[in-house]
Write a protein that binds this ligand. Sequence first.
Ligand code: DX5
Ligand code: ZN
Length: 220
Amino acid sequence: MNAMKIAPSILSADFSRLRDEIQAVEAAGADWLHVDVMDGHFVPNITIGPVVVESIRKVTKIPLDVHLMITDPDKYAPEFIKAGADWVSIHPDTCANPNVSLRKIRERGAKASVAVNPDVPLEKVEGCFPEIDMILMMTVFPGFGGQAFIPDVLPKIEQVRRIVDQKKLPILVEADGGIKADNIERVVRAGAEVIVSGSGIFKTTDYESTIRQMRAAVGQ
Ligand code: DX5
Ligand code: ZN
């Protein structure tokens, strides 16, 4: 089992106290911060833009994992990278040519990742593998925090883990959506190593104890 990274999604944080929330999860042991960017077009919800990412960058040192759920990632990814995004995930159906979009993200100095929705077979994105540093396996449909985990995605996480290991690909496997202390073990056992959790962390009272429970659940 690879060392697990925990990436709290700020979507479930208290935005009126965003700096405190970020610093609290960082102090509680978060490895990365997951930033969900939604434009009201690709998904029916609007969240934050590059200006906010720029502000976040100033108050934390941990990597910013920016998940773009927007119709025009080619136009906006450069702005998010300039604002401080270390990792940028895109949904392939939002790009004319996902490989070109992913390559541009890397050329601008960020790590590139492709997101796979629960109903998308892995075969659809395998052509992106040479261009990515991470694959984001969605365990809910994108759009909102606090949704129920979709266990049907677990075999697909096992499938991607097998491919990555067999071919020794330098690709991290991330899982995102509905992951909490009580189901994280299944997700990690299936093969995910970067775990996004929004409500599973920010809706609990003691972030440090929640993150400790998450690590204990996977024996880390
Ligand atoms: C869903 C987002 C997720 C979400 C995770 O569209 O991509 O990152 O915020 O939140 P929870 O853990 O509450 O499902
Ligand atoms: Zn996300």
